[in-house]
Structure formats: C-alpha cells, structure tokens
Design a protein around this ligand. Structure first.
Ligand SMILES: [Zn+2]
Ligand SMILES: [Zn+2]
Length: 387
C-alpha cells in the first residue's frame, strides 16, 4: 500500500505541470500534435504516453479503486440542462458543452474514481466541424442554412466515461427447443401442406471469454448513444493522465462500478443466450434456463473522446455527437418545411401517376403483364441495400 501511495505521489507531481514554461499560459492538449500546446504563445511540449494499459481485478474489490488526487479535478454544474462536468482544477469552465449556455457554476473539488485509460482525441475542433458538415450533407430534409451553425466555435470536446469488463464465463443450460416441419395431409381437393413443431430437450455447457464489454455510466451518454458512436479506436488507448484532460471536459460517471458490473452482466447474459440459441440450430425456443459463473473478471475505467456540437435553430436546440477518434457523427437536425412539402408533393404525384398508369394499363388489358414485370423487378432488386 505504501509503495502504491508513493507511485501516486510522483505521478501527481509530474502531471501537475500544465503551465507554459516560457510564458506561464495554460498548456492544453492538442489532438493534431498529441502533445501539450500553449494557448497563449504556441509553445509545444510533448510527453510520453504509456500504452501498457492495465486491467484491474474485480476480486480486489471496487472499494479499492484508485481515486482522483486531492484538488486535481473540479466539478461544474449547469443550471440550464443539469449536466455535471469535470475539468482540471487549474482551468475554469465558462460554457456548458451539453447545452452551449454559460449557466455553469463550480461545485467544488471532484472526488471519485480516477480514470485508468483514455482514448485521446485524434483531431481538433476544425476537423470535427468538417465531419459534422459532411454528415449534415446526407440529411436530405435539413434546411440549407442550418449547416452554417456547424462551426468549430460551437464544438466542445467531452471525455465520456465508460467501464469495460473482461470475463471468462462458464454457463450450464437446459431447456426445450422446437424445429418446424411440414407435412402434406388430406387427399384430392383437401390435399394441403401444414406445419408442425417437433420439440427436443437440450442441455449442455457453454464457455465464452468476453473482452472489453463496454458499459455506459451516464444518462447523457447512455448505452444507446455509446453503441451508436462505436467503435472507438482501442489501439490508441493509453493510461490516463491529467494532461489529456487539459482543455477538455470530462463527463461524470453516474453509475458506480458495482452498478455498472450489474449492467455488464445483463449485456453478457443476453449475448450468451443468443450464442447458445444459435448453437442449437432450432426454429423456436420453448424455454431455456441458463446459469452463468464469471471468473477472472477485470475492469477498466475508460474515457472516450466525443465532440459535442450544440446549436440553436429557430428557437430550438439541436446537437450532434462526433466520435473523436473516427469522425463518425450522429445527431438530430431540424427539418426544412419547404423540403418536406416538396417531398410530400412529389410522393403524391408519383402515387397519382402510378394510379393513372394502372388505370390505362387495365383498360388496354396490359395490367397483368405490367404487374408481372413489376414483381420481377422488385424481387430481383436487393431491397435491403436501400436502407
Ligand atoms: Zn506560452
Ligand atoms: Zn447545460
């Protein structure tokens, strides 16, 4: 324990240097350089990243998780949207990255689990804005002028928290599954095909190792949002230190480690169920009881890079999230009333046109031919690729 404390102290002294050695300005993490850069004079200071990421054993107990240093981070609360964010204590927050307002107030020193791993931002706000604009181009119903709002000054970098878990699982199962068969019954005019289910009892053992099951811990960046923005480039993951947070926000985790482990078990359970069902090659499941034991469970507290772009358009707020390692963008855009009306008019025109065409064809007796051809076109057309 004493040794651990000592390591912690030396680390802290080293990471406290975020002031520019030449002008005393604040050094912030520059994603393009993957180094610290002085906001004031442009002085660049590189630092060593440690890619030897360590997993923590769950058996050591969640209560022994390392905490952030005294006075290392401060928490802010937004009175407009309720968001709680964390920044380095030697910086000041003047804007809320979630709603873009300045209704943020300091809550005090943040006490909580220290992040273990960080996937650093790989590009700056300019590029994030470009990714958002590219994404907006594909939004057909978005008004043209809203794209002007997707500017770098509306972009904020937020490290979103997540816990990842590894687990070696062993499951035993028993149940009853069914296979659908068909048979021909009756004779003459009553001859027909009917389907019936043949049930079989199943039981067995199923082993699977789960690596880095990601669990979201914050309502503003929940499981659905995280899955939507995934994957995050894990090859960039390195051990967390304060320097990565300099110039950025971090979202606070809301679910603690043991609550997150409960969520992880639910995710793992549903994957195991799916995998066992697939391995049984059946058409339906009558019931399936599975009991799973976890061994060698390890966890990491990881910060994921997410750019948030918030903007108001005609009195309403909209937001875009951009994966800070891949550029993948997701969000909501306003809909242009004119564009939507044009689409509706076109759709009606097409439907009316088709109606007239069918009417004309029916009159000429060619409707059956037309229907046959249309069917052929539609069945040979890969409809799935349209999605
Ligand atoms: Zn400087
Ligand atoms: Zn806010």
């Amino acid at each position: 324990m004493e040794e651990a404390d000592q390591n912690f102290k030396t680390k802290k002294i080293e990471t406290d240097v975020v002031k520019c050695p030449s002008c005393g300005g604040t050094m912030v993490f520059d994603p393009e350089l993957q180094a610290l850069k002085c906001e004031h004079c442009g002085n660049v200071s590189d630092f060593k990243k440690d890619f030897e990421v360590v997993e923590r054993n769950i058996a050591e107990g969640f209560e022994n998780a390392e905490l952030v240093g005294e006075e290392e981070q401060v928490a802010y609360r937004c009175s407009n949207c309720g968001a709680e964010v964390v920044i380095n204590s030697d910086e000041t927050a003047t804007i809320c990255p979630f709603c873009g307002t300045s209704h943020v107030a300091k809550e005090g020193s943040f006490k909580g689990i220290r992040p273990q791993v960080v996937i650093p931002f790989q590009f700056g706000k300019d590029k994030a804005s470009d990714f958002a604009k590219k994404w907006a181009k594909r939004r057909l119903f978005a008004p043209v002028d809203f794209k002007k709002k997707l500017e770098p000054e509306n972009v904020h970098g937020v490290y979103e928290p997540c816990f990842t878990f590894d687990s070696d699982t062993k499951s035993t199962y028993y149940g009853r599954v069914g296979d659908i068969h068909t048979r021909t019954v009756g004779s003459g005019k009553n001859r027909r095909t009917e389907t019936y289910v043949v049930y079989r009892n199943v039981s067995g053992v199923y082993n699977e190792f789960f690596d880095d099951v990601m669990v979201a811990t914050n309502a503003k960046f929940d499981q659905r949002k995280m899955d939507m923005l995934s994957p995050f480039d894990r090859s960039r993951a390195c051990n967390y230190e304060k320097k990565f947070l300099s110039g950025f926000f971090a979202d606070k985790y809301q679910k603690n480690l043991s609550e997150s482990w409960d969520d992880a078990k639910k995710i793992i359970d549903s994957r195991i169920r799916k995998d066992i069902e697939n391995s049984l090659h059946c058409d339906e499941v009558d019931y399936l009881n599975i009991s799973t034991t976890h061994t060698g469970v390890t966890y990491k507290y990881v910060l994921l890079p997410v750019y948030r772009l918030v903007y108001g358009y005609k009195g309403k707020d909209y937001g875009v999230m951009i994966n800070g390692s891949s550029g993948k963008a997701k969000g909501k855009t306003p809909k242009s009333a004119i564009k939507v009306s044009i689409a509706v008019v076109l759709a009606i025109a097409a439907a009316v046109g088709l109606g007239f065409l069918a009417f004309a064809l029916a009159k000429s007796g060619a409707l059956d031919d037309f229907m046959a051809i249309s069917r052929k076109i539609f069945t040979s057309f890969p409809l799935k690729s349209l999605k």
